[in-house]
Ligand binder design. Structure first.
Ligand SMILES: [Zn+2]
Length: 198
């Protein structure tokens, strides 16, 4: 009986030590695995077959955004849909939505930015030369791809392009003031139920 208890304690202790040592590694590996799932092995085939990839990416994974963020909590949602165009071109429609907590350039507090990206990208083989007409055509957005496409990286690129250069509250002093009016504050709802203005 005593032996069993002792054995359990030793096992438990070993487990905790292992857990502590491995924790960071495991977390690191899991996040790398999750971003590996967001890879398309053949982007041209993905487009040709009209496939769809949907998912979410935590802001903590989008490291190139971190300098611009007030915090890295939250996630964005993306949807990638392949298709073939009238000229036989390989197309990817990319939609990205989410609330991005940017830093107000005036008061340095968080200012939520409502991200709403919806871009049509035309795949071209990496290294392929585009004609002058193609280069000057503002209606086409070319994306050079070798074959494999890192979706997380693409999503990150598109978010960076969509963010405002100098985000600001409409009125500083009240963090999140710009968006406060769009959400019903719980106290406002209560006040409404009581039939009294606060
Ligand atoms: Zn501000």
């Amino acid at each position: 009986m005593l032996n069993t208890t002792k054995r359990c304690a030793i096992l438990l202790k070993r487990h905790f030590v292992l857990t502590c040592k491995a924790k960071n590694n495991i977390i690191h590996r899991l996040s790398r695995n999750s971003s590996r799932l967001k890879r398309i092995t053949d982007a041209f085939r993905f487009a040709k077959e009209g496939r769809v990839l949907e998912g979410t990416l935590p802001l903590s994974d989008l490291e190139r955004l971190h300098d611009l963020l007030a915090d890295v909590e939250g996630a964005i949602t993306f949807r990638l849909e392949g298709s073939k165009g009238a000229r036989g071109e390989h197309l990817l429609q990319l939609a990205v939505t989410g609330i991005i907590p940017l830093v107000c350039q005036r008061c340095l507090q968080a200012v939520p930015f409502d991200l709403d990206v919806d871009n049509l990208l035309e795949l071209v083989p990496e290294g392929a030369e585009l004609s002058q007409d193609e280069l000057e055509d503002d209606t086409r957005d070319f994306l050079p791809v070798a074959k494999e496409l890192d979706v997380a990286e693409l999503v990150e690129d598109e978010i960076l392009l969509a963010l405002p250069v100098a985000p600001r509250h409409e009125k500083c002093g009240l963090p999140g003031a710009a968006n406060a009016g769009e959400r019903s504050h719980p106290f406002a709802v209560l006040a409404g139920l009581k039939g009294k203005p606060n």
